[in-house]
Design a protein around this ligand. Structure first.
Ligand code: PLP
Length: 442
């Protein structure tokens, strides 16, 4: 065995023994250890410890929007950490990167979202939104408004509130999380939303939360008029409307924020991931002018909610530079353009194969539903998407499968910097993979 082989073997064993992976197949991880130990990233590519290079067709976790290996971001992080690595934002303390980032967000956010509360990630952002919504209603003299309505097939994270808001049942079953203050409406039906509001009692509901495009739940793009109707139902019943832009924010869908495709704006907006392209841990919630105004006017005590890392100076400095890169390199327009090409490519592959049913996408979020035969739309008894993901990885492409709720879908979200040649390569590998899998399963 060479030195490298020894090192790889050692890491595999240490990983199996000491590392409990997030959202992972526990037994498989125990038996086989990690499939890739990544050591480097450049652009849309990742390289592992034995020198395999793969296309990061998911921007890792939908977050590495500006691509891997951006030295500009490393430099900013180093400079900020050397100058002021951390100071608290509790009470009346502040720091320049957090202030400037909050101001920048007010400039780019939709509608009149103007004030930001920072967190370390998306789950915390969503929990913060639920807590602020409930607190808001206490201040407004309607403390019974506690319930949060979310949607079927939604994913909002893994903190206690966001777990309960997640419409994908296995995430709630995992910890027996069935808080009666969380309820669910069908993900595409405003009629059902109205029914849930009426059944629960409008004056018990604090807010409705939705992802503009559902990602982890299977890549579902809402119908064109869906959010206009949602906005008017929320106004009619006096509910706060929260959008979860954790994936869809910062250019992913071909607009700065996903909700902009629908011509409405929310009362609160949660974000994370793309704000730093994953180079630092950061999330947050933006509040509309009115909500912020009410909180300021009605509040008499302390805002009893805050994370140690709310407004972390290094993370905020990285976010500012990341947003600068997104703007300078016109990555939002690129996401729109390349997203259309990606969909075209998916349709081309669909035409060549039998097992691709519906093709879905918006910007650089795309999904392929896998079926036995696209002419009949019949499903496989056992989902085939995980096999496609495994075979694609062997051929140098990382993508992801979604099998919740009887789904059989492969999803993609490449970095927003992807160019034509890189996209063509991604589609080539995908085509080759689908043909190979089709030959195996049909
Ligand atoms: N909301 C959405 C829409 C997400 O996709 C995710 C993560 O994938 C989250 C929230 C949770 O974010 P985090 O993993 O940063 O806590």
């Amino acid at each position: 065995m060479t030195k490298v082989d020894n090192c790889v073997q050692e890491l595999l064993e240490l990983d199996k023994k000491y590392f409990l992976h997030p959202t992972s197949p526990i037994k498989q991880q125990q038996d086989q250890g990690p499939s890739f130990i990544f050591t480097e990233g450049k652009g849309i590519m990742l390289t592992d410890i034995v020198g395999n290079t793969v296309i990061d067709g998911m921007s890792s976790l939908w977050n590495v929007n500006v691509g891997h290996g951006r030295e500009e971001l490393g430099k900013v992080a180093m400079e900020q950490m050397s100058k002021l690595a951390f100071s608290s934002c509790f009470a009346t303390f502040s720091n320049e990167p957090a202030i400037r980032l909050a101001a920048k967000l007010a400039q780019i956010a939709p509608g009149d979202l103007s004030t930001t509360f920072f967190t370390s990630g998306g789950s915390e952002a969503n929990d913060t939104a639920y807590k602020l919504a409930r607190h808001y209603w206490i201040l407004k003299g309607q403390p019974n408004r506690r319930k949060i309505i979310s949607r079927t097939k939604s994913y909002h994270g893994v903190a206690m509130g966001s777990t309960n808001a997640t419409g994908l049942k296995p995430f709630r079953e995992f910890t027996n999380s069935f808080d009666p203050d969380f309820c669910y409406a069908d993900h595409f039906s405003t009629e059902d939303l109205r029914c849930v509001i009426e059944a629960e009692g409008p004056d018990t509901i604090a807010a409705f939360i939705a992802e503009p495009v559902q990602g982890a739940g299977g890549l579902h793009v809402a119908p064109k008029d869906y959010f206009k109707e949602v906005r008017s139902i929320c106004d009619e019943y006096g509910l706060l409307f929260i959008t979860d832009e954790v994936i869809t924010g910062f250019g992913r869908t071909g607009k700065y924020f996903g909700i902009e495709h629908y011509g409405v704006s929310p009362d609160m907006m949660c974000f994370a991931k793309g704000i730093t392209s994953g180079y630092a841990q950061l999330g947050g919630v933006m509040l509309s002018k009115n909500i912020h105004q009410d909180l300021m006017e009605l509040s008499t005590g302390t805002l009893l909610h805050g994370y140690t890392y709310s407004g972390h100076p290094m993370a905020c400095a990285v976010a500012l530079k990341n947003i600068e890169l997104i703007e300078q390199e016109e990555l939002i327009a690129n996401a729109e353009k390349m997203g259309k090409e990606m969909l075209k490519g998916f349709h081309w592959i669909q035409g060549k194969c039998r097992i691709i049913g519906k093709v879905k996408g918006l910007g650089l979020m795309g999904g392929l539903e896998i079926v036995k035969d696209h002419r009949t739309n019949e499903s496989f008894e056992t989902p085939v998407a995980p096999l496609i993901v495994a075979e694609a990885a062997k051929r140098g492409l990382i993508c992801r499968s979604v099998v919740f709720d009887g789904q059989d879908t492969v999803v993609f979200a490449p970095p927003l910097i992807i160019n034509r040649e890189e996209l063509a390569k991604l589609l080539d590998i995908l085509h080759e993979t689908i043909v190979a899998v089709e030959n195996e399963v049909l």
